[in-house]
Design a protein around this ligand. Sequence first.
Ligand code: EPU
Length: 428
Amino acid sequence: MEKLKIAGGYPLKGTVRISGAKNSAVALIPATILADSPVTIEGLPDISDVEILKGLLEEIGGTVQFTNNDMTVDPSAMISMPLPNGKVKKLRASYYLMGAMLGRFKKAVIGLPGGCHLGPRPIDQHIKGFEALGAKVTNEQGAIYLRADELVGARIYLDVVSVGATINIMLAAVRAKGRTVIENAAKEPEIIDVATLLTNMGAKIKGAGTDVIRIEGVDELHGCRHTIIPDRIEAGTYLILGAAVGEGILIDNIIPQHLESLIAKLREMGVPIETKDDQAFVGKASAFKPVDVKTLVYPGFPTDLQQPLTSLLTKAEGTSMVTDTIYSARFKHIDELRRMNANIKVEGRSAIISGPVKLQGAKVKASDLRAGAALVIAGLIAEGVTEITGVDHIDRGYSHLVEKLNGLGATIWRESLTKEEIDQMKNA
Ligand code: EPU
């Protein structure tokens, strides 16, 4: 086990290249199960979620090669092996194995997913979709059992706009008989990316990226090559840290349209940002204005960036409010930021940040992926050394974080945890 150490308070400069999107990757990899010949996905990020999914595909009989960020999956020998425990518990997105295995084999046994603890994260809408397509779904001792004689297209209205349910129902429906219509679908770019891969595999999908997706089921899907979209949340994290400690940072390999809500907010704070083709340049702000932010489904402000933004808001001159309408308890980073001298209180679903304060280096713990990103940004801002434990959360979603930050001139490194620190973590 490792911790991150950051000697903060120094300006960053230079160019950073954004990796492939984690939240696409974790759906694209299970989607390969639906094909009957090899699928290659280009540009995957080097993150632990990708490694875990690679291992899961191998467990069910897939042959997987992963070199230089390109993964080729031969799914022809896969079987519907039950996966009630083990690796599936390590990531939330293992729920995509349900849709993909149900779609191909008409049966699956998958342990209930793990992932970040952000408050209740039910999967009732996924299950509602599978049942509408004709599957019998039961929960037996923490594993979901799915079985169907055949899957038949249906009209499914999502009661909650859900990225995961939208993608999972697409996965289950592409090889079902007849037409499926998903209403009140989520519109995130990752959904379009998955629909593009499936279409390249021979699926018939219309409307991905709108709130009504229409799917005509096909009997078979074939192999193809697909290039993943860039990670808008990783890009957003670098935009925010560029605003916080940058003296001119160029963020390369992005789709600026995917970041409009964040860029608008940063500009409102007084951060100079220019976008061009697949790049954004963040300049140095003379001062930061406070802002109010409410997270919403795409194209609204992403919940995944509210925690990183909170660290920047400690520098704003006045009171800012961050409200998370998606997750009720995505505020575990706040106590840690307080240890670093931040002046923040949480009221219900809102964090109220009073600034400006001078953050001080401290020993802090990342409780989830984006909390980790928030603490890295805070550590870069803070005077002195910050030590961050819970690095495994950060490694789930940020490809080559230390190398990328050092490339911008940061002083950040990994160290092994001492035995006492490991004991403390186990007892916490
Ligand atoms: N919800 C339900 N029932 C469901 C599904 C969702 O009530 O069946 C609720 C959730 O509890 C939540 C809201 O609907 O309040 C939205 O959840 P959604 O299903 O859209 O989230 P998700 O698909 O599980 C993905 C990302 C998250 C990101 C959210 C929201 C992946 C693997 N994860 O989660 O990413 O926060 O969409 O945009 O794609 C992250 O990257 O750090 C992360 C947590």
